[in-house]
Design a protein around this ligand. Structure first.
Ligand code: TRP
Length: 76
């Protein structure tokens, strides 16, 4: 299935620690633009994968982020 091929299989978890946390998906390739943004309120959790389209994410606001690289907090 094409969708399976486009995702990396690894998941990241973002838990909002305040209202209005934004998560932006940044495109893969020569130009980096924000192609999607998602807003979370306190306590909401997003579980996501990187894909052929999404190479990086940017998080604005206070959040707990879990990846295979470890745990980090934004906005503190
Ligand atoms: N378009 C960039 C790329 O494919 C996206 C990117 C990947 C990026 N890693 C990044 C942007 C780190 C900023 C910082 O390489």
């Amino acid at each position: 299935m094409e969708l399976e091929g486009s995702a990396t299989g690894r998941y990241i978890v973002v838990k909002a620690l305040e209202d209005g946390v934004t998560i932006m998906g940044l495109t893969r390739g020569k130009d980096t633009r924000s192609h999607h943004s998602e807003r979370l309120d306190a306590g909401e959790v997003l579980v996501a994968q990187f894909t052929e389209l999404t190479a990086a994410i940017k998080i604005r606001g206070k959040a707990e982020i879990l990846t295979e690289a470890g745990r980090v907090e934004s906005g503190t």
